[in-house]
Design a binder for this molecule. Structure first.
Ligand code: ATR
Length: 282
């Protein structure tokens, strides 16, 4: 690393399993750019100070992940319209001394589906979203922007679905977990935004028997690549899209801000991360 090499990082807690260094490292190499990208394990109580002194740590910007995305938004001098809409930020950079931030999860979600399930938004009307936690808001916005007019927000804790639904207008209908299969009727897409099905977590216990065969099933969990719900959907003949591309595409704008070139999500990059995930889940 020399004095002119630009640095960026991903800040989270825990952060050891983040694949962001692999992604940005691949792009730096592929584009022949000087630069580095590190993991930074920062406790919530130290987060604000760390971000304020980002440049003293040698960074031109950073990604922010759990549990800091809301705190990151609060620290911004200038938030993108998307970050303002969601009140969370996952990508930070400086313009002069101004700390700027964006939320790139919506872009990541839709770009993944555009790649893995082309035409998925043609005649998109009804969506079923599982979960009302941190990730659900970005998914709802992505679905609305691509034309969904009836979004069933299904959550174990109904009150959380009610609160989230209110933020996004009358097209979002809070739904009890016990009414999940009733919501399947004529659904164009089913999205899991909960962490269930992730390696080390409980399986998502959902019976897809009543789901129309046309319904695209997708998951934001990508470890394992084929989660239980995706396997079940594939076996009965539904189209599926795994969540890895969301991770890859949400990383694109940050790289461009920090290193000055817009990188491409290539099949080679996908294969690299897939191999890493398969190695771990084997
Ligand atoms: P947070 O709410 O802190 O943002 P998250 O991990 O982003 O957390 O969200 C967790 C989501 O998974 C929530 O929708 C949660 O449902 P509750 O709101 O009822 O907690 C959902 N979830 C977690 N464990 C679950 C389970 N065993 N069954 C059903 N849903 C579950």
């Amino acid at each position: 690393m020399n004095g002119t090499s630009k640095g960026a990082c991903v800040i989270g807690h825990p952060i050891a399993h983040s694949r962001s260094p692999m992604i940005h490292g691949y792009w730096l190499k592929q584009l022949g750019l000087e630069g580095h990208y590190n993991r930074e394990d920062i406790l919530p109580e130290n987060f604000a100070l760390f971000v304020r002194s980002l440049r003293e740590h040698g960074y031109v910007g950073c990604n922010v992940t759990l549990p800091h995305k809301e705190a990151a938004f609060q620290l911004l001098d200038r938030a993108s319209p998307r970050a303002q809409q969601l009140q969370v930020a996952n990508t930070l950079w400086f313009e002069g001394d101004v700390l700027c931030g964006d939320n790139t999860d919506v872009e990541g979600f839709v770009a993944n589906l555009d790649e893995r399930a082309p035409q998925w938004d043609k005649n998109l009307k009804k969506a079923v979203v599982l979960g009302a936690g941190g990730a659900a808001a970005s998914i709802i916005v992505g679905l609305q922007e691509r034309g969904a007019t009836d979004i069933r927000l299904v959550n174990r804790t109904y009150e959380k679905a009610e609160i989230l639904a209110k933020r996004f207008g009358t097209s979002v209908h809070p739904t009890r977990w016990t009414e999940l299969t009733d919501s399947f009727d004529d659904a164009d897409i089913l999205v899991n935004t909960t962490s269930l099905g992730m390696k080390g977590q409980a399986e998502l216990d959902v019976d897809l028997d009543l789901l129309p065969l046309k319904t695209l099933v997708t998951d934001i969990v990508y470890v394992p690549l084929e989660t239980g719900i995706l396997r079940q959907a594939k076996q009965r003949g539904n189209p599926i899209a795994d969540g890895l591309g969301m991770l890859l595409y949400q990383a694109v704008p940050g790289f461009e801000h920090w290193f000055g070139k817009r990188p491409k999500v290539t099949l080679e990059l996908r294969a690299l991360i897939e191999d890493n995930i398969k190695g771990l889940s084997a």
